[in-house]
Design a protein around this ligand. Structure first.
Ligand SMILES: Nc1nc2c(c(=O)[nH]1)N[C@H]1C(S)=C(S)[C@@H](COP(=O)(O)OP(=O)(O)OC[C@H]3O[C@@H](n4cnc5c(N)ncnc54)[C@H](O)[C@@H]3O)O[C@H]1N2
Ligand code: MOO
Length: 429
């Protein structure tokens, strides 16, 4: 069966949603220090307001409303440091107040120390006799340099919604609210199989005709980076009976997804295809290059995906199908940014397929890295984006715009003007 990228993406998202059992797993409650990169399992309400009390935004003098508008000379009281409890500002006085300190009752605003005469604070010894005075210039307004209680968030409001990805800002907010532990969604569990008689473990001696297993490391890293928990299965050869046994040993609930690479196209020894010949797993051809051959279905009720064996085909399949589905289901990982960029060279593309070329993007322009072939891992390692040449496109000329999905860091000046963000999504289909 032949499908479009969009159709296959929807099929994979549906497969994980309905068959992975992910939503049956209980949330974990983690201390903030362990929750970085996880997705919230439920809404979190702010137990306190932020700020919790009216406080000063400047080092200066707290003054009463009647002393704001006109120049005035006031008697200086004891200083109020950040962390001091409540106090009261009497008529005819100004209180030295530090940034973050609680505003005294009766104060309406803060005049920064730079605008006062003298423009330095008195020492505690100078304040001891109660005769120190300060001249303030007037022209201040009610509420000036006051940070009102609840101006960031009020107690009881939703601080973060279920599904929010917990990065430094979100965890910082929770800490500011006094929250020390949060419910997070469980990790998505993947059993990763690799097939093929020709693949050897990195580090082992390489016999003639063999290659090292790149896919297990490539996909394991991509999955871990996407927030999943990965179990690697021992390398399996090209014997369908052995693979069938391995599939039969997978028990329901032990994993959310079984993922393999290789053995799904038209060869004489397509081990995955042969092992799953009588199963409900569907072997299809997606109008995408790399990553045309695809397999998906369930094994013992557990979702199964078979990505093609070529390493670039495998990782492009992950980026185009599995990564977006994981985001939809678990909230992790964050969607890839999709940008428009100016292509710096002519390119041709098979009109009947959505081709994904590897590119290097910087400052609004993208250059292709390597050719279209799916064995070019070195080129992939030097690229930071996938360049979309959708179905129906047979050529793009130098200077024309293409859509790209950023998959790695952008070199160069981080403050340079970059091009328009199309959407924080998963690219065109
Ligand atoms: N007659 C046809 N041949 C092929 C077709 C086709 O339509 N008709 N499709 C080609 C395309 S496109 C792809 S992609 C591959 C997919 O093949 P398989 O998924 O069956 O994968 P294998 O044949 O097992 O391997 C393909 C390639 O990848 C290398 N490989 C496999 N596993 C690993 C690994 N763990 N690490 C690194 N490299 C791996 C393997 O050595 C092969 O070179 O089929 C085309 N053929
Ligand atoms: O679809 Mo294959 O992935 O072109 O090399």
């Amino acid at each position: 069966m032949r499908r479009t990228v969009v159709e296959h993406r929807a099929a994979i998202a549906g497969l994980l949603r309905w068959s992975s059992g992910y939503h049956d797993d209980a949330a974990e409650v983690l201390p903030l220090g362990e929750a970085l990169g996880r997705a919230l399992a439920g809404d979190v309400r702010a137990p306190v307001s932020l700020p919790p009390f009216d406080n000063s935004q400047m080092d200066g003098y707290a003054v009463r409303a009647e002393d704001l508008a006109e120049p005035v000379t006031l008697t200086v009281t004891d200083a109020i440091a950040a962390g001091s409890g409540s106090s009261r500002l009497e008529s005819g006085t100004a209180a030295p107040i530090m940034t973050g300190a609680m505003l005294p009752d009766g104060a309406a605003a803060v005049v920064p120390i730079e605008r006062a005469v003298p423009a330095q604070f008195y020492s505690a010894a100078e304040l001891a006799d109660g005769h120190a005075q300060v001249q303030l210039p007037g022209g201040s307004t009610d509420g000036q340099y006051v940070r009102r209680a609840g101006s960031d968030i009020a107690a009881g409001e939703t601080a973060l919604e279920a599904g929010t990805l917990l990065g430094p800002s979100q965890l910082g907010l929770l800490a500011a609210c006094g929250v020390d532990a949060v419910p997070v969604r469980p990790r998505f569990r993947v059993l990763l199989l690799s097939t093929g008689d020709e693949v050897a473990e990195p580090g082992a001696a390489l016999l003639p005709g063999r290659i090292y297993d790149a896919n297990t490391t490539l996909l394991e890293s991509a999955l871990v980076e996407a927030g999943a928990d990965v179990t690697r299965h021992r390398l399996l050869g090209d014997d369908p009976a052995v693979l069938r046994e391995a599939f039969a040993a997978i028990t329901a609930g032990s994993t959310h997804l079984v993922l393999s690479t290789g053995g799904i196209s038209q060869g004489a020894y397509e081990v995955v295809k042969q092992a799953l010949a009588d199963s409900s797993v569907e072997f299809s051809s997606v109008a995408m290059q790399p990553g045309g051959p695809q397999a998906h279905g369930t094994i013992s009720g557990i979702p199964f995906l078979g990505f093609p064996g070529n390493p670039v085909s495998a990782i492009v399949s992950f980026e185009m199908f599995l990564r977006p589905a994981l985001h939809q289901l678990t909230g992790l990982p964050a969607p890839r940014p999709v940008l428009e960029a100016i292509l710096v060279e002519d390119v041709r593309s098979p009109e009947a397929k959505h081709q994904l070329r590897r590119g290097l993007y910087r400052e609004g322009r993208v250059a292709l890295v390597g050719g279209p072939d799916s064995h070019l891992l070195h080129a992939l390692s030097r690229s930071n984006c996938l360049v979309h040449l959708p179905e129906g496109v047979s050529a793009v000329r130098e200077g024309e715009r293409v859509e790209i999905t950023l998959i790695g860091p952008v070199p160069g000046d981080p403050f340079a003007v970059v091009d328009v963000l199309v959407t924080e999504s998963v690219g065109t289909g």
